[in-house]
Design a protein around this ligand. Structure first.
Ligand code: DON
Length: 583
């Protein structure tokens, strides 16, 4: 079936099914009065002027500091994006690194260009579903998340080379210098890192190089002990000297391929040599006159965000009570998450109804199916299983004094990726192959089921939730994102709404979060996200609210008030090592 046809079938279904499933007294919910979207006819705001100050927020103080160090040397936000990213690769390898990939959303002040740099991992040419199946044809989870068969061809080294050549002002030798220094001199181990090693120890200890890198005499190293990684310093020096070629070609590439093959992986030297970053047009959403610039496929984030914002743009949220607002937002989340993985994949291989999914007309149809005071049961919408994901990955936000912006979300997928280290390299390989629908209809580590659009095929990039975003209004510019698997998209949505409400970056990142992802049909809430009365009112509307013990996300944001000139930065208080600053 063509996606276009599926889409309209879905739209009809969504409305009718939702109406059909309401209790008899509320059949055919009245559509909420849709406010005209202000600003629809006006050009969307653009960024002008220069902040005169820089701002950086990341999940580790050493990375934030490295960004400022490179700015002080004459670098711009894009050089700082390399420096911060590379230091995170050293100090936060549980979340991202040279063996992984990511998305870099950039705004270049000189010409106002917004670009999305896709450095997502790619499937090796030999990929085909049967490789990840067990004898009974079921997904072999061990192969899909542990060891080199779970690893895609990394994108991060290519991204640094590309950024330095096309957007930065400094050579890689300068922007990578802080990471090389810290890898060599070491840093104190902090609780989240130590926990990650503990969690992945059974996998790490399968191969000697990982054991040697992460364990101390076979044991989990102590918090506060100094952790050095001279092998990673040497790998980064190689990239500093030879650029991407130092990683993807020659002797180093041969070393990677030999070790991967010996441990059961399928990488070839041709796979490495063929890897290239892609520049893509960001998704742009008009939300009540604000210009939201965000992530296109192979991220599912921007399309889902567009769908949710388009639905919400029909309501005057600021005039409604908190409970009404939360209800409408949950209903928007429910509908966008249903569509999220149904249609999306790597745009270089799959044709997708992006224009339709992100169109205000489609959203109007979805909005009409929302009852103002009753939850729509998710099973009243056409079926699709959505994932529940963990919280690795990392996001950082940067603005330089000239107004260049970088929002970067990068990952090795699960904690410490595949757990596999090639001897002498100092980094883990990702386990991003598990983000593919490796076997049709069989859930991945996050419970995600997918089909052909996200099947593992030579050179394809797996569907992602990472959603680095800019939020641009007439007087304020925000740069934001977060890790958190499928929760990334709802966190970014709530952050955008908070920023538009007038919160400062530190308030935005600290806000208590809630999340709905269609299935399971439950609103997850952080402690204190709702008052007792709010939770009861939502329950009375038919929402199943599950306020758990745990918090989620690690959002890092910077912002600029174009009117007052004020520059701000906020780092997530949920992670003590995170740090935001302006200079
Ligand atoms: O790209 C993705 O969506 C995932 N590989 C991100 C993984 C993630 O955020 C891990 N934990 N939350």
């Amino acid at each position: 079936m063509k996606p276009f046809v599926v889409l309209f079938a879905t739209l009809a279904c969504v409305s009718l099914a939702a109406c059909d499933r309401q209790p008899a007294s509320t059949v055919a919910p009245p559509a909420m009065p849709a406010a005209a979207t202000p600003g629809a006819a006006k050009p969307l705001p653009s960024i002008s002027g220069r902040p005169g100050k820089s701002a950086i927020a990341s999940s580790h103080g050493l990375a934030t500091e490295a960004g400022f160090e490179v700015l002080a040397k004459g670098g711009n936000a894009f050089d700082a994006a390399i420096a911060v990213g590379a230091v995170l690769a050293v100090v936060e390898p549980q979340s991202s690194g040279i063996g992984g990939g990511g998305f870099f959303l950039l705004h270049r002040a000189a010409d106002g260009r917004d670009v999305f740099l896709d450095a997502r991992e790619a499937a090796p040419a030999a990929s085909h579903s049967a490789l990840w199946a067990d004898a009974d044809g079921k997904l072999d989870r061990d192969k899909s998340i542990n060891g080199p068969l779970s690893a895609g061809i990394p994108g991060e080294p290519a991204a640094y080379d590309w950024l330095a050549k096309h957007y930065g002002k400094l050579p890689l030798s300068e922007s990578l210098a802080p990471a090389i220094r810290i890898a060599r001199e070491g840093f104190p181990l902090y609780p989240r890192f130590v926990r990650a090693i503990g969690m992945r120890k059974p996998v790490i200890e399968r191969w000697p190089a990982g054991r040697q890198l992460f364990l101390a005499d076979g044991e989990i190293p102590a918090e506060g002990s100094r952790w050095r990684n001279p092998d990673l310093a040497a790998t980064l020096e190689r990239i500093a000297a030879s650029g991407a070629a130092g990683f993807y070609e020659g002797e180093f590439a041969a070393r990677l391929v030999d070790a991967v093959s010996a441990a059961g992986g399928i990488w070839t030297r041709e796979d490495l040599a063929a890897y290239a970053v892609r520049e893509r047009e960001p998704v742009v959403v008009d939300y009540r006159g604000w210009r939201i610039v965000t992530s296109p496929p192979p991220s599912s984030g921007g399309v889902a965000l567009a769908e949710m914002l388009n639905i919400l743009s029909g309501y005057d949220l600021e005039r409604r009570s908190r409970v009404e607002r939360v209800h409408l937002t949950i209903e928007a989340m429910r509908r966008a998450y249903r569509d999220r993985a149904e249609y999306l994949g790597d745009p270089d291989f799959v044709s997708m109804p992006i224009a339709e999914l992100t169109s205000p007309l489609y959203a109007a149809g979805l909005r009409a199916s929302i009852h103002p005071a009753k939850a729509t049961p998710s099973d009243a919408l056409p079926g699709y299983m959505s994932p529940a994901e963990g919280e690795h990955t990392t996001h950082y936000s940067i603005m330089d004094a000239d107004g260049n912006l970088a929002a970067v979300t990068k990952t090795v997928n699960l904690t410490l990726g595949s757990g596999f280290v090639v001897e002498g390299t100092g980094f883990v390989l990702n386990n991003e192959m598990d983000d593919f629908a490796l076997l049709p209809g069989q859930p991945n580590a996050f419970g995600l089921v997918g089909g052909e659009a996200n099947a593992p095929k030579a050179g394809r990039r797996p569907l992602s939730s990472m959603t680095p975003s800019f939020v641009i209004g007439a007087d304020r510019v925000g740069v934001s994102g977060t890790p958190g698997g499928s929760r990334i998209i709802t966190m970014v949505l709530e952050g955008i709404l908070a920023w538009i409400d007038g919160d400062a970056p530190q308030e935005v990142v600290a806000r208590r979060r809630y999340h709905h992802q269609y299935l399971p049909d439950v609103v997850s809430a952080e402690p204190e996200a709702f008052t007792r009365e709010e939770a009861k009112a939502l329950g009375d509307m038919g929402h199943i609210v599950n306020t758990g013990e745990r918090t989620w996300g690690l959002m890092n944001m910077v912002g600029w008030n174009l009117r007052t000139g004020e520059v701000g930065a906020g780092s997530d208080p949920r992670e003590p090592m995170s740090r935001a600053d302006t200079r």
